[in-house]
Design a protein around this ligand. Structure first.
Ligand code: UDP
Length: 474
């Protein structure tokens, strides 16, 4: 049979493009032709890494599709989720993604790929795959656990059985007893059936159900009960091939994922080298979160009150949030990175003792792969479910007690709660337990991607399945 060819088409958001690039590298390293489809503005997210891979003999192509931002009342160049200037324009962004279909299909016609690995939000690619008699695989960008929780909530609506937002309910029919409150559910978990957004999500869901299967950036040993549960009760063909970030083995690849880092690798490594093992708290909330000035101040005070050394990645340009004298007082203890940090490089350093994270799935899995316990501070979407996996199932972290962003009227997380959670993970009687459990998952993660490991075999199975599918439809 001739060489397989995969198209990778991620949603334009760092949390989706970064793991997709790793997926393309992984597939290409197994002799498969890999082509990434994106828009002109996002080419740079991929091109430098693709260039480096070329020197290792790994070829990845990139093809561009024009994104009709202005035609959909978005600002020129608004080609990525974090660039949308206001929440009301999110719908316009998704309308513009649907308009990519024609150009995408021209590319499929020209290149004849065997398989489309496309984002869950690109539901129309199921029709494209059917039209060209090829397979579509869905990438959700999250774990088995969170998809199982979301499906149980969608099906059983357990939040209807409680009378207040703060009263907890059990998520039915899961392998563990998982409790949530309404303040931890996203607006999408709570939508009513007659709304337009419900119809859109239904369309996405139906198209995803019709696709050939689902690919996961996770590994079997991390969540075996949920891999089994998903396979048995949600009956979807699936392949777990992660942690994807572990395919980056040299310093440059670990340092430059998504954006160019705002701090030189050697500068951050030198700082970390001067610190004791497991003594630093790394604080980063991913690529999209923006905190209010008050919340930033509370975080600064909480970090200071915890007494721990830290690296804090700050996304905002203004400095209003900085409590008076904070940087001066903490200059021996803390390193503030303004902009984009080399996250995987930092997490992998032995000086890191805890990760204060928003529980985006990539960050969560990167923390797990580095064997670092977590202080969980979810902000939106399925991050609250990822938190429960970390705190209640894996037991490698504790939460600060945050609520969904739509509760912005709430008071936010107070400095006392932040300091308390950090101290619990770093220096309490429980700290050693968190640390040794986290280290055990790190070992399992590394074994999963080695030859013969579960994720290595998962990818082998995927390639065999696509090979067989392609032969059948020829
Ligand atoms: N990231 C990084 N440096 C930063 C911020 C984020 O390298 O300063 C990377 C991080 O390692 C992860 C991705 O960006 O791979 C963020 O994805 P995640 O799912 O954690 O969160 P999102 O940004 O989608 O909310």
């Amino acid at each position: 049979m001739s060489q397989l060819h995969f198209f990778f088409f991620p949603l334009m958001a760092h949390g989706h493009m970064i793991p997709t690039l790793d997926m393309a590298k992984l597939v290409a390293s197994r002799g498969v032709k890999a082509t990434i489809i994106t828009t002109p503005l996002n080419e740079l997210v991929f091109s430098r890494s693709i260039e480096r891979s070329k020197h290792l003999g790994i070829e990845i192509d990139i093809r561009l599709i024009k994104f009709q931002a202005v035609e959909n009342n978005l600002p020129e160049g608004c080609e990525r989720l974090d660039l949308i200037p206001s929440p009301e324009l999110v719908n316009n962004f998704f309308k513009a993604t649907v308009m990519m279909q024609e150009q995408f299909e021209q590319l499929v016609e020209e290149c004849h790929p065997n398989c489309l690995v496309s984002d869950m939000m690109f539901h129309w690619t199921t029709d494209t795959a059917a039209k060209f008699k090829i397979s579509r695989i869905v990438f959700h960008g999250t774990c088995f656990f969170s998809l199982c929780v979301a499906e149980s909530i969608r099906h059983h609506k357990p939040f209807k059985n409680v009378s207040s937002d703060s009263e907890s309910f059990v998520v039915p029919n899961l392998p563990h007893q998982i409790k949530l409150t309404r303040t931890e559910l996203s607006p999408f978990d709570l939508i009513e059936e007659e709304t337009i957004i419900f119809q859109i999500f239904n369309e996405v869901r139906e198209a995803n159900l019709k696709s050939y299967g689902v690919i996961f950036n996770s590994f079997y040993e991390l969540e075996p009960d949920y891999v089994e549960h998903y396979t048995k009760f949600l009956s979807r063909k699936n392949w777990a091939i992660g942690p994807l970030s572990l395919c980056n083995r040299d310093i440059e690849d670990k340092a430059e994922r998504g954006e160019k880092s705002s701090i030189r690798e050697h500068e951050v490594l030198k700082w970390l080298d001067s610190k004791k093992p497991s003594s630093i708290v790394y604080v980063c909330f991913g690529s999209a979160a923006n905190f209010t000035t008050t919340q930033m101040q509370e975080l600064a005070m909480g970090l200071e009150a915890s007494g721990q050394d830290f690296i804090w990645v700050v996304r905002t340009d203004n400095e209003e949030w900085m409590p008076e004298g904070f940087e001066e007082r903490t200059k021996e203890k803390g390193l503030i990175v303004r902009g984009w940090a080399p996250q995987v490089l930092i997490l992998d350093h032995e000086a890191i003792g805890a990760f204060v994270t928003h529980c985006g799935w990539n960050s969560t899995l990167e923390g797990i792969s580095a064997g670092v316990p977590m202080v969980t501070w979810p902000l939106f979407a399925e991050q609250f479910f990822n938190e429960k996996l970390v705190t209640d199932v894996l037991k490698i972290g504790v939460g600060v007690g945050s609520v969904q962003w739509r509760e912005a009227a709430s008071e936010g997380v107070k400095s006392e709660a932040i300091a308390k959670a950090i101290k619990r993970v770093m220096v309490s009687e429980e700290a050693e337990g968190f640390r040794s459990s986290a280290k055990a998952y790190k070992e399992m993660a590394r074994q999963a991607i080695e030859r013969g490991g579960s994720s290595y075999t998962g990818l082998t199975t995927l390639l065999q399945d696509i090979g067989a599918y392609s032969c059948k439809s020829d």
